[in-house]
Design a protein around this ligand. Structure first.
Ligand code: AP5
Length: 218
């Protein structure tokens, strides 16, 4: 299974990719997670990416491609992969095609998580994430059973959940604009190649997952 997940910020790409990863045992490759990790570790690349991320702009193709190339070179990818948040523009899609041809692992399917734009702001402002295991919650639709602490760890070790720096309303507004102008052209790009499947992601998480698994061919 070699998948690309497309969708607006907050459409549920990460939530669904984590579920599929756990069910199928194939890695989730999230460009956003790779970038946040680089920022948190204070690497040179993370320092160069931070300003664009804080403003809700795309990080340069050169930085993101370097991270993705390194990640797709690791052995666990031989089982397949779920690309979450990459590619993000037509130039990245071209670079991905070339890279996957090089390693003999072409994409099987591109899944678009389709959500009404009105739902996205509430999903994003309500998102909380565990800094230790990466589990994603939502204060409105899927709160942690331990309040503001992650319920995926024993009581004594449960970390406080955090809000992403770019989940503030003004930054969210820009991320949605960037998606519309730079990323949504990929819908046409992958439709023309016969790879695109559309999932109604405006339903409960479990229902979305069932449709997603079918669309992904699994
Ligand atoms: P990235 O981390 O990729 O963020 P994004 O695409 O904006 O997507 P999100 O992670 O915000 O949303 P999601 O679709 O994964 O939703 P989630 O499942 O968490 O990118 C961040 C930044 O990094 C970018 O702005 C850019 O600067 C940079 N970047 C990343 N990739 C790049 C690239 N390729 N090129 C250049 N720059 C790049 O769900 C959201 C919330 O909704 C959660 O709280 C969840 O619990 C809830 N939820 C999920 N599903 C449902 C449901 N069905 N019903 C109700 N609530 C739900």
């Amino acid at each position: 299974m070699r998948l690309v997940l497309l969708g607006a910020p907050g459409s549920g790409k990460g939530t669904q990719a984590q579920r599929l990863r756990d069910q199928k045992g194939i890695p989730q490759v999230s460009s956003g997670d790779l970038l946040r990790d680089a920022v948190a570790r204070g690497t040179d690349l993370g320092k160069r990416a931070k300003a664009a991320m804080d403003a809700g702009e795309l990080v340069s193709d050169e930085i993101v491609l370097g991270l993705i190339r390194e990640r797709l070179g690791r052995p666990d990818v031989a089982k397949g992969f779920i690309l979450d948040g990459f590619p993000r523009n037509v130039a990245q899609a071209g670079a991905l095609d070339r890279l996957l041809t090089e390693i003999g692992q072409p994409i099987d399917t591109v899944v678009l998580m389709d959500v009404d734009a009105k739902a996205l702001v509430q999903r994003l402002t309500g998102r909380r994430t565990c800094p230790k295991c990466g589990k994603v919650f939502n204060v409105y639709s899927s709160p942690s059973t331990r309040g503001d602490r992650c319920d995926n760890h024993p009581d004594a070790e449960a970390p406080l959940l955090v809000q992403r720096a770019d989940d503030k309303e003004d930054v969210i507004e820009n991320r949605l604009k960037v998606y519309a102008s730079q990323t949504s052209p990929l819908i046409e790009h992958y439709t023309a190649r016969g790879l695109l499947k559309i999932v109604n992601a405006d339903q409960a998480v479990e229902k979305v997952f069932a449709t997603f698994v079918r669309a992904a061919g699994g």
